[in-house]
Design a protein around this ligand. Structure first.
Ligand code: SAM
Length: 210
């Protein structure tokens, strides 16, 4: 099984501090989104990296539509900057439309589960990265620029936890370097989280599926 963790992702509700700003009122989204709230965000700490639900959207689309997931070998988790964790069931079909996806995230923040009736497909729990990782079995591979340049096929194990940062710039907020068994760099330049995710999924498929 591959456990894929998007760590310290920049997914959050619009902070109270800027909720009345005209850019926020006009944008209507309750999820902080840098593409809509850019002018309002500048008074927030770390504003340059915050408000990136698009990274979470890409990440989940790619994971849940992958062959690895269809074959039942993948589990996906989204950890946020405020220490919430979204547990995503493998059978979840991620909404393709970005605005509707953000609507779904709003519901998750409000009700902690979607859909509201029947078996939940996604659930949100108040949990740190450390708490999440303590529940998952397998070698922990952290993807980061400072890691060792290694061929992924060589380090992947059948039970593995792959940790990828869900933020556009800066460093991890959680003390993730302490939790990792191995730190891996894939390339000399920085890559978007979903490209790192794609490389990990395909390498795992090649090594254990085919
Ligand atoms: C856009 S990057 C975040 C930028 C941040 N400055 C950094 O280097 O971690 C998103 C995530 O993708 C992974 N990543 C990006 N480029 C990588 C690379 N060349 N090798 C390994 N992982 C990479 C890391 O997990 C990173 O946190």
């Amino acid at each position: 099984m591959m456990h894929l963790v998007l760590a310290d992702s920049e997914l959050e509700l619009v902070p109270k501090k800027i909720i009345k700003h005209p850019a926020v009122v006009k944008g209507k989204s309750k999820i902080l989104d840098a593409s809509l709230h850019h002018t309002a965000m500048k008074i927030l700490k770390d504003w340059r990296r915050r408000g990136r639900p698009d990274i979470v959207h890409f990440f989940l689309l790619l994971a849940n539509d992958s062959i690895l997931n269809k074959e039942g070998w993948l589990r996906v988790y989204v950890h946020t900057r405020n220490n919430e964790v979204i547990y995503v069931k493998p059978e979840t079909r991620i909404i393709k439309n970005y605005n509707r996806f953000k609507g779904l995230m709003e519901q998750l923040f409000e009700y902690k589960r979607v859909p509201l009736e029947g078996e939940p497909l996604m659930e949100m729990k108040k949990e740190s990265l450390e708490e999440l990782l303590s529940k998952l079995n397998g070698k922990r591979i952290l993807f980061c620029m400072e890691g060792k340049k290694t061929k992924l096929e060589e380090v992947l194990e059948e039970e593995v936890v792959c940790i990828i940062g869900g933020f556009p710039s800066g460093d991890f907020l959680s003390p993730v370097y302490e939790f990792a068994n191995e730190k891996i760099s894939l390339y000399d330049e920085m890559l978007p989280a979903w490209i790192v995710e794609m490389e990990a999924i395909v390498a795992y498929e090649k090594k254990f599926l085919w």
